[in-house]
Design a binder for this molecule. Structure first.
Ligand SMILES: Nc1ncnc2c1ncn2[C@@H]1O[C@H](COP(=O)(O)OP(=O)(O)OP(=O)(O)O)[C@@H](O)[C@H]1O
Length: 234
């Protein structure tokens, strides 16, 4: 279970206040208008920015004192996930060993991860020799080759065409299920949210204004702002 316990954060004059509980194995779609604080929420969980008060807990333990690299989570951004001078194999392997010191078991895990995302025949290519979708698949493989139980995905597939996006979402869903990972995914596409998530959280003006089962995400939602947001996205 991932818990944000009344986490507050201030950036210039912008205030954020987040309380959230995500059960293990849940896939939560984080939605809301631009500037609402979705990426800020992920940054607070990942430890890239520090709250004024409150804490983030994983399975009952505070991770507040841990540096980002010590936290039990993997992150995937929309872009800039890869090191351009390292080939596909090494980019994935970084998820297991930042110094690229790999055991035989690690090497097998990297090969298996590449296979899962359909890149087993591209292992020696550099990121510059791949398409955008292939690059995101490498980043995804690095994300789940790590043993971390929580994945934070910040608009990971927004730049991809609809067919590739659908494929990638299916891969994430399948892998998350296999590993019983807890996933928080920021998305501007409600269709993506519906395709992959079982829950949603709607952010507006720096707070979680609403959350619930994904099926409740309808244009008739009782929360007027959320209803308008869903209507506009249709
Ligand atoms: N460390 C930071 N550096 C820069 N801006 C920050 C930081 N922390 C918060 N902000 C500000 O927080 C506000 C919310 O931004 P954030 O990126 O979290 O929103 P968002 O909901 O993810 O928006 P979008 O959908 O456009 O990506 C913005 O005004 C942003 O400038």
């Amino acid at each position: 279970m991932l818990v944000l316990n009344d986490v507050t954060y201030c950036y210039h004059s912008d205030w954020f206040q987040f309380s959230l509980q995500v059960k293990q194995g849940d896939i939560l779609a984080l939605i809301g208008p631009s500037g609402a604080g979705k990426s800020t929420l992920l940054a607070l969980i990942a430890g890239f920015c520090h709250p004024e008060s409150g804490e983030v807990l994983v399975n009952g333990r505070s991770i507040q004192q841990l540096e980002p690299h010590q936290r039990p989570l993997s992150m995937l951004f929309q872009e800039h996930n890869l090191f351009d001078h390292l080939n596909v194999f090494d980019n994935i392997a970084l998820g297991l060993s930042p110094a690229l010191r790999l055991s035989q078991q690690d090497k097998r895990a990297v090969n298996q991860a590449a296979e899962k995302v359909g890149l087993e025949d591209k292992l020696t290519r550099l990121p510059g020799q791949l398409s955008g979708g292939q690059r995101q698949r490498v980043a995804l493989a690095r994300c789940f080759v790590q043993p971390h139980p929580i994945w934070l995905l910040d608009e990971p597939f927004s730049a991809l065409d609809p067919i590739l996006r659908k494929e990638m979402l299916a891969v994430v869903q399948q892998l998350a299920q296999e590993k019983q990972a807890t996933v928080i995914m920021v998305t501007h596409h409600l269709s993506d949210a519906r395709a992959i998530a079982n829950r949603f959280a709607y952010l507006a003006d720096g707070v979680i204004a609403n959350h619930g089962e994904i099926a409740a995400l309808t244009p008739e939602h009782a929360n007027e702002k959320l209803a308008r947001f869903v209507q506009a996205a249709h």
